[in-house]
Design a binder for this molecule. Structure first.
Ligand code: GMT
Length: 383
């Protein structure tokens, strides 16, 4: 495959889309492509040197005149600059708004200089299922997707949702989230487990950004029910807007002594290495990368059956799925998995399933798409 010069635009923070974009860029760089990250700060996982990796910071200045700094315009200008001066072949932007819309503007500016830069947009979910359906954003989401030269979604469900809620005329390719099994694997961390579970309690883990959509309160309620039946501990990794409500709930239920808030931990694979069960009771989840990370570390998953989760978590094999908010069903299923008669099988099934999403299998799907878009690159299509 020819070396492609790719500009990657994403939110550089902890969110799943930023992780996917950064890990994809790293893998593409290792495969010999030239990768230019164009983001407003250093992506969290962009933490190593590779001669094929470049980082361009979007300079978002505020002036007294602007109540809100014009991020999209700063980003579009930066994209124009990087495409021109680094000679990029294509832009791969993560999120319809504001990244695909900013890329559209960059593309139009570059066209005036006779540069045709193809834009590939990856939809991650939050842009479509939550933000996109807000009527005030719908025209921009629709236009940006239709104006892209290639579109991917991280699950069949998200693809379906996108067609259902917006007037999309473009094809959408489904390319799922992926996992680096060299990093996410069960490690020997028995000392850590011993410290958390001195009496060999079962260990449950939840990781998220504590947004309302994650329903962390259901995690605590399920844990509370489980603890009535068997000795158990819960580790909560991450932080976000619901944190203080969750702390309050723990106090009300009297479970504080068995729950630890670990905050925004980088080495989440170390925690997952000692876990028995992962809980993801989200109201909506376009794929569920955090659950895949758990499965790669041999941790079965209790999840809801919403969004793309049924495409990852196999009911009765890698874990169980319940209706959103059905805490009793989640408790019943969790106890089934935690039963020593069943646990080893669920653990090995989880790993087997995670291997299907190995980055070495998924990255080539993006490469194929880049090639397809580049080979069909004629003139920009009128919309
Ligand atoms: O889940 C979040 O709150 C973060 C969010 C994001 O926009 O970064 O994650 C979304 O993209 C991930 C990567 O494709 C998916 O694995 C998550 O399921 C998806 N989150 C939601 O749909 C809520």
């Amino acid at each position: 495959m020819d070396r492609i010069k790719i500009g990657i635009v994403c939110y550089p923070t902890f969110g799943g889309s930023g992780v996917v974009a950064t890990e994809l860029g790293k893998a593409l760089a290792k495969a010999g492509h030239e990768i230019h990250f164009i983001t407003y700060s250093q992506p969290t996982r962009l933490d190593f040197f590779n001669e094929n990796l470049f980082y361009h910071e979007v300079d978002i200045r505020t002036y007294p005149l602007f109540e809100y700094p014009p991020y999209e315009l700063a980003l579009a200008s930066k994209m124009v600059d990087v495409v021109k001066h680094e000679g990029l072949d294509l832009l791969h932007v993560h999120y319809a708004i504001p990244h695909a819309s900013a890329a559209y503007m960059a593309k139009q500016i570059l066209k005036t200089e006779n540069i045709d830069i193809p834009v590939i947009t990856t939809l991650h979910g939050t842009d479509i299922t939550l933000v996109g359906k807000d009527a005030s954003y719908a025209p921009v989401v629709t236009f940006s997707i239709n104006a892209s030269d290639g579109v991917t979604a991280v699950s069949d469900d998200l693809k379906k949702d996108t067609y259902q809620h917006f007037k999309i005329v473009n094809d959408i390719d489904v390319i799922p989230n992926f996992i680096d099994l060299d990093r996410f694997k069960k490690q020997k961390k028995e000392h850590f487990r011993k410290a958390i579970c001195p009496d060999d309690e079962k260990l449950l883990v939840h990781t998220s950004n504590f947004r309302k959509v994650k329903r962390v309160d259901d995690v605590v309620r399920v844990f509370h029910n489980i603890r009535k039946e068997i000795p158990a501990k819960l580790l909560l990794v991450g932080d976000g807007p619901e944190r203080s409500n969750i702390e309050q709930l723990c106090r009300e239920l009297g479970t504080c002594s068995d729950i630890r808030f670990l905050g925004k931990l980088e080495a989440v694979e170390e925690v997952l290495s000692v876990a028995d069960l992962f809980i993801m009771p989200s109201e909506k989840e376009s794929f569920g990368l955090a659950a895949l990370e758990a499965m790669a570390c041999e941790v079965p998953v209790i999840s809801t059956n919403t969004g793309g989760l049924p495409e990852l978590n196999i009911h009765g094999e890698t874990g169980f799925m319940s209706e959103v908010g059905d805490v009793d069903d989640m408790t019943k299923n969790a106890l089934k998995i935690l039963d020593e008669k069943n646990l080893p099988k669920f653990k090995s099934n989880a790993l087997k399933r995670a291997k299907m999403f190995d980055i070495s299998k998924v990255m080539p799907l993006y490469e194929q798409m880049y090639e397809r878009v580049l080979s069909g690159k004629t003139e920009a299509q009128p919309i």
